[in-house]
Design a protein around this ligand. Sequence first.
Ligand code: GUN
Ligand code: FE
Length: 452
Amino acid sequence: MVRYILTGPPPIAAADDNFNKEGAVEMKDIIVLKGQIVYAESPERLAVRPDACLVAEGGKVSGVYDILPDAYAGVHVEDCGDRLIVPGFNDLHVHAPQFPNRGLGMDRELLPWLNAYTFPEEAKFGDEGYAKRVYGRFVRELWRVGTMRAAVFATIHAPSARVLADLMEAAGLGGYVGKVNMDRNSPDTLIEPTAASLAETVRFVESFGSGAERVRPILTPRFVPTCTEELMRGLGWLAEERKLPVQSHLSENEGEIAWVRELHPESRDYASVYDAFGLFGQTPTVMAHCVHVTDDEIALMKRRGVYVAHCPISNLNLSSGIAPVRRFLEEGVSVGLGSDVSGGHRLSIMDTMASAVECSKMRWKYVDGRAPLTTAEVFYCATKGGGSFFGRVGSFESGYALDCLVIDDTRLKDEVRRSLEERLERFIYLGDDREIVARYVDGALLPEPKVP
Ligand code: GUN
Ligand code: FE
């Protein structure tokens, strides 16, 4: 069965949009990258454009052309030759302070893992010097693996969350950083009085300017078990008042869901707890995992436009299960991918894509018979699917931010001449950061970040 459609060139007249009133093109701020361009417009629609020119003005894509329109004559063309040009990857769920814990505690399930490994590590981030060192390495690694935007959990400590936002901004990466909120069922080292948790959140939010930073704040109640009703009510109010997005965890693991049921017998389900406090799509919201969501919860996610951050590597490591991603896509629920470091041991969204396909095959065969995901579909989730949480990000359609990766896959080539779709697939499965030779965000070429 053909699961995706290849698109042809757009009408050449599209270039007219880029002329100013006098009919002349402003040469400054124009970028032209020529190469083997592949991007996903939808889960079913992969655009494959060999030897084409990707044009951006002021950091935004103005078009992809087989032949560069005359209007751009004289503009420098960055010729990437046979290299692939793809959108930057987006990580919709990752815990920066858990970076040092990757590959540890993989014999536990979620709740014992949190207590034994995660909370003791996160407690160290009261020390800003420690935060600076760890977050510096985390940000460099995001850059290295081609993750250009991310929705990131920090810890309860507002000053070190600020350090993280500054390091991401300085590196030219985009996304959201959340100061985590926890005021119950947590170790003494990580628990906050409710009022202080809210006050520190306001302080963190107000540490951002009102303008054009690429890294912005996001409200981050850790998950229902660690947040009192008073705290969730306060955060919901703040979300509404300041128009702030929200990120949290939802229906990840059976032990966790049973605990939420015990804590909130009045609630129909897990999602309804967040919803009762204005934390479920009243403002842009992303929920990580959603492995065991019910029909009612899916209907509510749809109604409210809540995003799923699908974290397949973590869901395997912590024995959480396999999320019903095919169903999410069929129902029109927005899906991005999350590394969920360090529940996930790999930061790379390429590894996450491969895992998403593998997991979907197990679900298809042994759970619900719904078709497994294709590589093109998970590529969509890793780019435009998750990217849309950050704005017009993750595609090369006109008006999108020019976030892209230039890929030299020479190391992966063999005797057989491959199509661009096949080369993309092999890059996802076999490649790593060695293949990524350039990274752009909003049209700016990003150098390797220096670790403080
Ligand atoms: N649920 C609450 N906190 C966490 C966390 O740090 N990681 C994961 N995977 N799930 C959580
Ligand atoms: Fe998580």
